[in-house]
Each structure stands twice: as C-alpha cells, then as structure tokens.
Design a protein around this ligand. Structure first.
Ligand code: F6R
Length: 242
C-alpha cells in the first residue's frame, strides 16, 4: 500500500483529484468507482474545477457508486443518488446513462445486487475506486465481521454507522438500518483503489487498517492484500500511527 500523509482535508482532496485526473487523461473511458459521505466532497469539488477549466471530460467515463440506503427513494434528500446529483453528476459531463447507483427501493433487492455486479463486469470492471473509511473500519457499507468474499449485497448497518450518519438526518430514528453495498470482493476487484481519511475520529481505524493484521473485524484491513492501493491520510487521521 502506498501511503501518503498530507497536511489537511484540502491537500487530501487535491491529491486524490490529481490521481483521478491522471486516470481520465490516460483512459478517457475509465470506469470510476465513487463514494458518498463527507470525505470525497472536496475531491468532487476539485474534479468539477478541473472540468470547468477544460482540463478533463467525463464524456466517455462510466461511474458506479458503492452504496445506497435501502428504503430511500432516489429523490429523498439523504439518498446517495441525490448526494451524487448535487455534489457531482449535474456539474460535469458524465452521461446520465452511465451513472450507476444501486437502487434502495428495488422490489427484488437480491436481483438488484446480482445485476449490479454483472453490470460492473460487463463494463470491463472498475479502473479506479475511491473509498472513505468508517470509524469502525468499514469500506462501502461492509461492516465488521462481514465475509471478505461478499459481492454487492444488503447489509445491516452497525449502531455506530447509524449514529455517525444521523448528522445528515432530522432524527436518528430516520436513518435507514439497511443498505445495499458493493461487497469487499467487488471492491477488491477494482484495478486501483484510493482510500481517503481525514480527521482524528478516523485515527483508530487507520491505525488498525495498517497494523498488519488482516481481519473482517476491520474490513479496510483487506486492502493490505490489494496490489494497487493509495491511502491519502491527513495528519489528524494519521495521528495514532507510530
Ligand atoms: C460512502 C461509504 C462509506 C463512507 C464512510 C465514511 O459511500 O461507502 O464507507 O465512506 O462511512 O463516511 P464519511 O466520509 O462521511 O466520514
């Protein structure tokens, strides 16, 4: 794993954006794996800036998001579909028909999950996947103790994840308890991965991720087995490293 320690959130976002820009310039029809949450918002801002300056185009790219809450309609203010519209998709030229996010309201969620992986494979697989990390070490919504071989599937969110994500909802009781998420196996099949971490609350998870111990109890630890991971970690998130 290539570990880059940076000063702060802004530098993390800039460095991540540079890797995305290089990916798009090298391969305009790249398949990008995208994430939601606070962590990648700065990355999306930087990419929008590069797009507005005419340096890159997403015209030929394809995007697959990691996850979506089960039970939230697309238009729900906290759906990840809505997050991606507001923070990225409506601000760049990535064609609508190549923006993929799993549906949290599919009648048959098992079929939705199966078809999501099939669709990724049919587009040639993910070239570059961006990941945040949960305080409990989750990647996507793969919570501790889920098997590493899981593909896209329905997951029950941990209490801690529900608490963490309650900041986006009016009340903690409104946070969905289930999500549909790419599995660890789906994520590990990406050709390259960028893991981003900012803030001292991620310190413990980062320390465990890099401890050398690979265990489903700390899902991000599996990334130590991937041949092409760049972890961009700010000083606060790296503060527990020796
Ligand atoms: C989001 C996702 C999650 C988040 C993680 C960190 O699509 O899959 O794994 O990356 O929960 O969230 P933030 O960035 O809000 O701290």
């Amino acid at each position: 794993m290539n570990i880059i320690i940076v000063k702060d959130y802004e530098e993390m976002s800039r460095k991540a954006a540079h890797l995305f820009v290089a990916q798009i310039l090298n391969k305009p029809n790249s398949v990008l794996g995208l994430a939601t949450g606070s962590t990648p918002m700065g990355l999306y801002k930087e990419l929008i800036r590069f797009f507005n300056e005419g340096m890159i185009s997403f015209q030929s790219a394809t995007a697959f998001n990691l996850d979506e809450y089960v039970g939230l309609e697309k238009e729900h203010p906290q759906s990840y579909w809505r997050f991606m519209q507001e923070n990225f998709f409506t601000k760049v030229d990535l064609p609508v028909e190549r923006q993929f996010i799993p549906s949290g309201v599919a009648e048959d969620i098992a079929a939705e999950s199966y078809n999501y992986d099939k669709n990724i494979t049919s587009k040639g697989g993910i070239d570059l996947q961006v990941l945040g990390i949960g305080r409990n070490g989750h990647i996507g919504f793969n919570e501790p103790d889920l098997k590493f071989e899981a593909r896209t599937h329905v997951v029950k969110l941990d209490e801690q994840t529900i608490e963490d994500n309650a900041r986006f909802f009016d009340d903690i009781s409104m946070v969905p308890t289930l999500a549909i998420s790419m599995g660890v196996k789906t994520i590990m099949q990406s050709r390259s991965i960028i893991l981003l971490a900012s803030g001292k609350e991620k310190g413990e998870a980062i320390k465990k991720m890099l401890s050398g111990n690979i265990t489903p109890e700390l899902p991000a630890s599996v990334l130590q087995l991937h041949p092409s991971v760049t972890a961009i970690i700010d000083l606060a998130a790296a503060s527990m490293l020796d």
